[in-house]
Design a protein around this ligand. Structure first.
Ligand code: UDP
Ligand code: MG
Length: 337
């Protein structure tokens, strides 16, 4: 068995998924039996507070090909995926959720497409079972909005369930941005891409880790890091409203000069002042979003911090300590651009 260079790497971010882990691992084992070549499975623990880490450490101790990266705290789903992809060595890297909403069996279809020569193959959600209508409607709106706003092709109804070939993984590793919207980053890359449609089942146990505000934040980052339209919108609507205010001012002066008795206009003044200051605040907010992302980038911190690695030892190659140092430094290297 050639442990040093598996053909496939599965990257699975974990955030408090204790309940689903036994079932997930059973499904993955059966997937591994059906794959045509060696695979490694990389779990990335994103600061779980339940027993996930204990469970995984114990399992990995007895199971070759399973590995665990423990991040030092919760860095968020998108960063956890990144940490896993940095460490993956397969020719094809597959990212999937832990909660079985991305059915492991679909990986076989992703692989089949990859073999047809597609560098990036994503799972496309046909239906979303067990999601509230609110999430469905907002997700739908968001994908349409993003499609309209972003100059790159970001496919609709695609989450982070995807297979990525080595070439694309290497490009991804060279993208140092902190505001990561992984699906957009792969859209930006180009290459031949294909979709594999699948029915997305409901979460089997546990709760979604994407609560309302987290979801909204992901959406905002997605738009801000892939589109300048909101800035253009701010500029043009600011200009249009200033022109309107200018005309109104001219009219007021004119009316005053002609002494048409305009003192009765208190209401309109209040309305206009409120409107203008509201728009002002909104535009400042839009600009602030972009300034915020610039701020995150200029700090040039590493994207994530690894606390502990399990299962990465390779007796045939470098010593275990060398190996962990190498992977540990991956997160830091990014800051060198
Ligand atoms: N996840 C993570 N860090 C987080 C939130 C989520 O690693 O801060 C993982 C989670 O364990 C799961 C995947 O990301 O494997 C998707 O999360 P979830 O199922 O909660 O999202 P949803 O399917 O509701 O969009
Ligand atoms: Mg889920």
């Amino acid at each position: 068995m050639n442990v040093s260079s598996p053909r496939y790497s599965l990257v699975i971010p974990i955030c408090n998924e204790e309940e689903v882990l036994p079932r997930l691992i059973a499904r993955i084992r059966s997937l591994l039996r059906q794959l045509d070549a060696e695979a490694e499975v990389i779990f990335v623990d994103d600061g779980s507070r339940d027993g996930s880490v204990r469970y995984l450490r114990a399992m990995i101790a007895t199971e070759p090909g399973f590995r665990l990266i423990e991040l030092s705290r919760n860095f968020g789903h998108q960063i956890a995926i990144t940490a896993g992809m940095d460490a993956a060595r397969g020719e094809a890297v597959i990212v999937m959720d832990a909660d079985l909403q991305d059915p492991p069996e679909i990986v076989l279809d992703l692989v089949a497409k990859w073999k047809q020569g597609f560098e990036i193959v994503y799972g496309q959600r046909l239906s979303r079972q067990g999601e509230t209508w609110f999430k469905r409607v907002t997700a739908r709106l968001f994908y349409r909005l993003l499609e309209w706003m972003a100059p790159v092709d970001i496919p609709r109804d695609v989450g982070d369930f995807r297979l990525v070939g080595r070439k694309a993984v290497e490009i991804f590793k060279r993208m140092p941005e902190h505001e990561r919207f992984v699906r957009g980053m792969f859209g930006w890359m180009g290459f031949r891409q294909a979709a594999v449609p699948f029915e997305r089942p409901a979460r089997t146990t546990g709760q979604t880790k994407y609560r309302f505000w987290k979801m909204m934040n992901l959406a905002l980052h997605g738009i801000v890091s892939f589109s300048e339209k909101p800035l253009h919108f701010a500029l043009w609507s600011g200009l249009a409203i200033s022109a309107f205010a200018g005309m109104l001012g001219a009219y007021a002066i004119f009316a005053w000069l002609l002494d048409t008795g305009v003192v009765a206009g208190w209401t309109s003044i209040v309305v206009i002042v409120a409107l203008l200051s509201g728009i002002n605040l909104f535009m400042t907010g839009v600009v602030g979003l972009y300034v915020g992302s610039i701020h995150a980038e200029v700090k040039r911190r590493p994207l994530y911090v690894i606390d502990r690695l399990t299962g990465f030892e390779e007796p045939t190659q470098a010593t275990a300590a060398d190996k962990s140092r190498k992977i540990l430094s991956l997160g830091q290297d990014r800051k060198l651009g």
